[in-house]
Design a protein around this ligand. Structure first.
Ligand code: EPU
Length: 335
């Protein structure tokens, strides 16, 4: 039987560094331990905690908090061109990306330095610089949170979208991801360097998975706060998608507005730019704030509570609605 701690602080377990307590806490390092924790009838409520990198805690948690700490990386199969790797849910995402690059594998280089763990990455289909997790995803293994029975989801069944998957929608809270398999290239890498900032950073260097990862790391280190120094959860909001009519109206007022066309009738607008325009970049409300180099990232400068950060988020949502007639959707999971 795994140790169960009482009234444990989760401050070290969420990248926002928010102080909240859980009633009971256990950390599981094997699937068997996870199964036993899920089936433990002493607790009526369970909370599954992964890397805590896409999470804003606004209250103490009742019942049992299960910290998923499953470790391991293995090659499932390979040929001369491709390799399928399985990583366990508790492996750190960035360490895994670096490991794949050290082996000479391509595919995850644009996703370097994203905080969090393997097991939570598919939930929001993490993405950066033109690549999303779904591009290399083969399948993930899960346990049903009620029955603890194992399941496997392939690419189609995971229903990935922009910062979205079935684990955030229809099956929210119903499965714990235990491992994820990725298809990576051993040669003829498919490199994505079309983002202007990547090209600038690469300069005259050849495009290779390692060089792209280095460029991504340098860009992210400049623009995004390191959660070990300033609590944060990456982009707090999703970039909104507006209709062509809305877009044309906005463009008249803001001709310089950056935008990405995603279909004939829809355009994505960077929420960071909107929030920046409204003068929020670098502002502070107590210890809650907006990052000084990227207005899409809310930060905890010290001892901000989850409620303080959420209150600031709501203030921003209201301002954006009034001034841009756009509803900003929160990307981070709020509890
Ligand atoms: N911008 C501003 N001011 C700001 C922030 C952005 O003017 O304070 C402008 C930039 O100059 C640029 C545009 O907005 O013209 C877009 O900014 P950026 O390239 O930084 O990307 P983003 O749309 O704000 C998204 C992802 C990031 C990802 C980057 C790069 C979402 C919600 N966020 O941000 O993902 O790293 O693109 O691909 O889609 C995350 O999800 O946690 C995350 C960091």
């Amino acid at each position: 039987m795994k140790t169960i701690e009482q009234h444990k602080s989760l401050k070290a377990y969420n990248t926002f560094g928010v102080e909240c307590f859980c009633e009971y806490f256990t950390s599981v390092s094997t699937t068997e331990e996870l199964r036993a924790a899920l089936l433990n009838e002493d607790f009526s409520q369970r909370f599954i905690l992964g890397g805590g990198s896409n999470l804003l805690l606004t209250k103490n948690l009742s019942g049992l908090c299960i910290h998923v700490d499953l470790k391991g990386i293995r090659i499932v199969e390979e040929n001369d061109d491709l390799v399928i790797i399985e990583a366990s849910a508790g492996e750190n995402w960035h360490d895994f990306v670096l490991w794949t690059l050290d082996q000479g594998y391509g595919g995850l280089e644009n996703l370097a330095l994203i905080p969090g763990n393997i097991g939570t990455a598919p939930i929001q289909n993490i993405g950066a610089y033109g690549v999303e997790l779904k591009n290399c995803f083969v399948n993930c293994t899960t346990l049903d949170t009620i029955t603890a029975t194992p399941h496997r989801f392939n690419l189609e069944e995971a229903v990935f979208g922009y910062r979205n998957s079935i684990f955030k929608t229809a099956l929210k809270g119903k499965h714990v991801i235990t491992a994820v398999q990725f298809r990576l290239t051993k040669k003829n890498h498919i490199l994505k360097t079309d983002y202007g900032v990547i090209q600038e950073e690469l300069g005259s260097k050849v495009s290779s998975p390692k060089n792209i990862a280095e460029a991504v790391i340098a860009i992210r280190q400049r623009k995004l706060p390191d959660p070990k120094k300033i609590g944060n959860s990456g982009s707090f909001f999703k970039n909104p998608v507006v209709t062509e009519i809305q877009f044309q109206n906005l463009l008249q007022e803001h001709p310089e507005m950056p935008h990405y066309r995603i279909s004939d009738s829809e355009v994505k607008i960077p929420a960071g730019w909107i929030i920046d325009r409204l003068g929020y970049k670098g502002i502070k409300r107590g210890a809650a704030g907006v990052h000084e180099h990227q207005a899409l990232v809310l930060v905890n400068h010290g001892n901000a509570s989850g409620i303080e950060i959420l209150t600031l988020a709501k203030e921003i949502q209201e301002k954006v609605l009034v001034n841009f007639k756009i509803s900003l959707e929160i990307e981070v999971n709020i509890y």
